[in-house]
Design a protein around this ligand. Sequence first.
Ligand code: IDP
Ligand code: MG
Length: 131
Amino acid sequence: MENTLVLIKPDAVQKNIIGKIIKMYEENHLKIENMYMRTLDQDILARHYEEHINRDFYSSLVAFMQESPVVVLNISGEDAVSKVRGINGATNPNKSRPGTIRYIYGESVQRNTVHGSATIEDAKRELSIWF
Ligand code: IDP
Ligand code: MG
């Protein structure tokens, strides 16, 4: 059993598809262990996106992530980390597999609907930031 962090990003919250996204995890036998909504400050985004702070898209990413509240979820299940990444689809919605969340709902590389931890180590680090 693993736990992983999911963020439902502002593009999805704005489109009223929170329920549809949560349903996709639940239908894939993952369990919502905990969840809440919050607006984000620069500090938590810098901690969460530590690896991207020096990238050219970082300031634009921070502005996007502050457009509206996000939904923060702790999701558990067998192979939850890779399972969530599979359900989410590739970072670029145009390159993601049909049926994935980003394929169905993603608008662009930035406005790609959901975040899921990349590795078990990342999941532990991210869950300690958000919960
Ligand atoms: P991931 O979310 O699939 O793990 P990362 O490469 O870790 O993808 O990037 C984190 C987030 O930063 C992406 O989900 C996306 O919202 C944003 N992002 C990544 N690359 C770009 C880019 O080239 N332009 C704009 N935003 C980007
Ligand atoms: Mg990532």
